[in-house]
Write a protein that binds this ligand. Structure first.
Ligand SMILES: *Cc1c(COP(=O)(O)O)cnc(C)c1O
Length: 393
């Protein structure tokens, strides 16, 4: 055969040998080959399990999906191109055969608020916000709005409020609504919402699960009743995660539990150090005994695992003082995102809550003096040393 032909065919589609790779390879193929048309027909007809086309299923993605479904205790999972794609998929799946109405937590990731108000509401989905830490208030709004979907975060951003997941799931079930939970901040090490009655869990894989700041990805983990709908929507719209990202994320997840334990332990030490510092007005940390949701945290979280984000306010600080403080940081990285192995700090007023009107921001409790610290795996004394020298400036 000519080189043009060999260049296209050599090396591929070998029969599997006796060896099995210890980790899942990066399967970049867009489509899959079978010995006969009969067999391909059975795969397309789903009478025989197998891969046909990577928008439907890809071996690298399936391996990651099985892993995350296992961690969250779900029936199945769908790996998506980003956390936002995952949240979108979960919410649209939830509403497929329900009332086009969503009750969402009033403290949500900024882009999630945009998704609700700028993407879904214009298509005719009614959106209401509720304080999901106040169960009576939530019940009242749910009774009025009769939502098809309730959307909450396990630990809210940036004030780190923690709702009672099992009670919220009860309210959703009684109302016939699907409960969708963004579990990015808590991770399945701390809480597995499906075990408390949630129907779908979304993650930004970009954060703790991949953990190294080098992947953008998301995932939806689903209970059995919603899984077919989720997959069908994905087949039709194609927001899937590429095989390289699946591979990197699986590699990251192998160390996720040890990273998260270390990050949570560091966060506990840093929160208590900050709370005693004369320049710190107040801290926000779920492990703080004075935290408004301390009872829920005690009941639902394992001991000593409170997440690895600490928010705090500096005394008498505005934008100028915060900029001076953050510019003085030498180790902690000034950047958006969270959950990486390195510590990072963000100024919510400038970033995640930039688009929110100052008056509304004030009502949400997000002040000009507030910063958010994502604690990494470095030695706690080095992170504290960096905060200490920057607080002197
Ligand atoms: C980062 C984040 C998202 C969005 O994830 P992307 O991967 O950036 O699309 C959603 N929810 C929370 C809580 C996040 O932290």
């Amino acid at each position: 055969m000519k080189i043009h032909t060999r260049a296209v065919h050599a090396g591929d589609r070998k029969k599997p040998g006796r060896h099995i790779p210890v980790t899942t390879p990066v399967h970049t193929a867009a489509s899959f080959f079978y010995e006969s048309m009969e067999q391909l027909d059975r795969v397309f007809g789903r009478e025989e399990s197998g891969f046909s086309y990577s928008r439907y299923e890809n071996p690298s993605a399936v391996a990651l999906e099985e892993l995350v479904a296992n961690l969250e205790g779900g029936h199945g999972a769908l790996a998506c191109a980003s956390g936002m794609a995952a949240i979108h998929m979960a919410v649209v799946t939830a509403l497929a055969d329900r009332r086009k109405s969503i009750v969402a937590a009033n403290a949500l990731y900024g882009a999630t608020v945009s998704l609700l108000l700028n993407v879904l509401e214009p298509t005719g989905v009614a959106i209401r916000f509720a304080d999901v830490c106040d169960l009576d208030a939530l019940r009242a709004i749910v009774a009025q709005a009769r939502p098809g979907c309730i959307l909450v975060e396990t630990i809210s951003n940036p004030l780190l409020r923690v709702g009672q997941m099992d009670r919220i799931a009860e309210i959703a079930r009684e109302a016939g609504a699907a409960l969708v939970v963004d579990n990015t901040f808590a991770t399945p090490l701390i809480l597995r919402p499906l075990e408390h009655g949630a129907n779908m869990v979304a993650h930004s894989l970009t954060k703790y699960l991949s953990g190294h700041g080098d992947v953008l990805g998301g995932v939806v983990v689903s209970d059995e009743p919603h899984f077919e709908g989720l997959r069908a929507l994905s087949r039709a719209t194609g927001p899937v995660l590429g095989p390289f990202e699946c591979y990197l994320t699986m590699r990251g997840i192998k160390t996720f539990a040890v990273r998260m334990e270390k990050q949570c332990a560091n966060a506990c030490r840093i929160a208590s150090w900050l709370s005693a510092h004369p320049k710190v007005e107040r801290i926000y940390f779920p492990g703080d005994p004075a935290h408004p949701d301390a009872a829920a945290v005690r009941r639902l979280f394992p001991p000593n695992l409170y997440g690895a984000v600490v928010s705090f306010e500096l005394k008498d600080a505005g934008r100028d003082e915060i900029f001076r403080f953050m510019d003085a940081l030498k180790l902690i990285v000034r950047a958006t995102s969270l959950g990486d192995v390195h510590s990072m700090m963000l100024y919510p007023v400038m970033s995640s809550h930039r688009e929110v009107a100052p008056k509304h921001r004030e009502r949400m409790g997000i002040r000009d003096s507030l910063v958010r610290l994502s604690v990494g795996i470095e030695a706690a004394e080095d992170i504290i040393g960096d905060l200490e020298q920057a607080l002197v400036v």
